[in-house]
Design a protein around this ligand. Structure first.
Ligand code: NAD
Ligand code: UFG
Length: 336
């Protein structure tokens, strides 16, 4: 199949490009490099010995998207493009709503005008909000989000589902990611955050490689076995392979389907520190700080629907996640 990946130069998009190419599909990427560079796609080509046509454009530019969709004629669009920093979304809500909602609206308009009927969307476990109890199942009512970024995902899901009501010929697959970590086993592509990382894994790996002095653990007074929050960390290559299954599923299905992409196994912040220490072979310096505003105590998936319907299951454990993050970080201490 021919797949257009919006935001495909980013962390999850570049790994999905590898998985799609490995599965024998053709990959096209559109990205404005707001949070990435063309280097990741060069490396995708090196890993797979395949070529990827890369378009530099903003997904909210209708004329550009019409040209690209017209030229590529994709069977499916996998829509990763968006801004994703939770904290930044609190200080720049308008930019987040503008970028994340506009890209999705423009993409839907352009898909309609170009006869493209299938879309796989990057949603997030954040839409379960802070009032549902894990493990989260897809049929739970969406919750109250704790930040503008989360609301953009919540709203984009709604927009896509509504578009499908109006056009029953559409196939809309909403993928709710849990906590993607790790890197491709080659260590050639990985997560390359700009500035101070917001997320746990890149922060730990920058401490491990000596770029940062110590990790601050945000709270150890939660009602969990070691007092720190628990998350469902998922290896980015497992997540990428979930996209291949979702895109293949969309070829023969219409309507809107939601899938959790997680492992179903919760790990605490200190579990991750311990596992990373084993991976890198030295201690990770950390201190206990206060709770971070907006954090939920527990988040993990019930991943049985994806196993049943997509025949997909995450295979890689947290030791593998930490080993691969460390391998990427060591080989690329300053990122791309
Ligand atoms: P990323 O920032 O690495 O990738 C996003 C890509 O989109 C970047 O390459 C960026 O340059 C591009 N982009 C942003 N706005 C654009 C625009 N207007 N036009 C064209 N390109 C644009 O982030 P990621 O971690 O790979 O996340 C991919 C998607 O998955 C995002 O939608 C994100 O919200 C979602 N998601 C991520 C996580 C996570 O923890 N990483 C969790 C849940 C959901
Ligand atoms: N944490 C620390 N110190 C840090 C960074 C994080 O202790 O320096 C802790 C957090 O408090 C949390 C855990 O590590 O308990 C994981 O935090 P992340 O920021 O890595 O991930 P979140 O679960 O907060 O958020 C992630 C994505 C969101 C997405 C959400 C879905 O960043 O985009 O998962 O569950 F919406």
């Amino acid at each position: 199949m021919r797949a257009l990946l919006t935001g495909g130069a980013g962390y999850i998009g570049s790994h999905t490009a590898v998985a799609m190419l490995d599965a024998g599909h053709e990959v096209f990427v559109v990205d404005n490099f707001a949070n990435s560079s063309a280097e990741s796609i060069k490396r995708v080509e090196q890993i797979t010995s395949r070529t990827v046509k890369l378009y530099e454009a903003d997904v909210s530019d209708k004329a550009a998207m019409d040209r690209i969709l017209g030229e590529v004629a994709p069977d499916v669009v996998i829509h990763f493009a968006g801004l994703k920093a939770v904290g930044e979304s609190v200080s720049k809500p308008v930019e987040y709503y503008r970028n994340n909602i506009d890209t999705t609206l423009t993409l839907l308009e352009s898909m309609k005008d170009n006869g493209v009927k299938r879309i796989v969307f990057s949603s997030s476990a954040t839409v379960y909000g802070d009032n549902n109890q894990p493990p989260f199942t897809e049929d739970m009512a969406k919750g109250m989000c704790t930040n503008p970024y989360g609301w953009t995902k919540w709203m984009q899901e709604q927009i896509l589902a509504d578009a499908n009501v109006a056009d029953p010929e559409l196939s809309v697959v909403l993928l709710r990611y849990f906590n993607p970590v790790g890197a491709h086993e080659s260590g050639m592509i990985g997560e390359d955050p700009k500035g101070v990382p917001n997320n746990l894994m890149p922060f730990i790996s920058q401490v491990a490689v000596g770029r940062r002095d110590k990790l601050t653990v945000f709270g150890n007074d939660y009602d969990t076995p070691d007092g720190t929050c628990r998350r469902d960390y998922i290896h980015v290559m497992d997540l990428a392979e979930g996209h291949v299954k979702a895109a293949e599923y969309s070829l023969n299905n219409k309507g809107t389907e939601i899938f959790n992409l997680g492992t179903g196994n919760p790990y605490s912040v200190l579990d991750m520190v311990n596992s990373f220490e084993a991976a890198c072979g030295h201690p990770i310096k950390y201190e206990i700080g206060s709770r971070r505003a907006g954090d939920v105590q527990d988040s993990w998936a019930d991943a049985t629907k994806a196993a049943k319907v997509l025949s997909w299951k995450a295979e890689r454990n947290i030791d593998q996640m930490c080993l691969d993050s460390w391998n990427w970080q060591m080989k690329n201490p300053d990122g791309y």
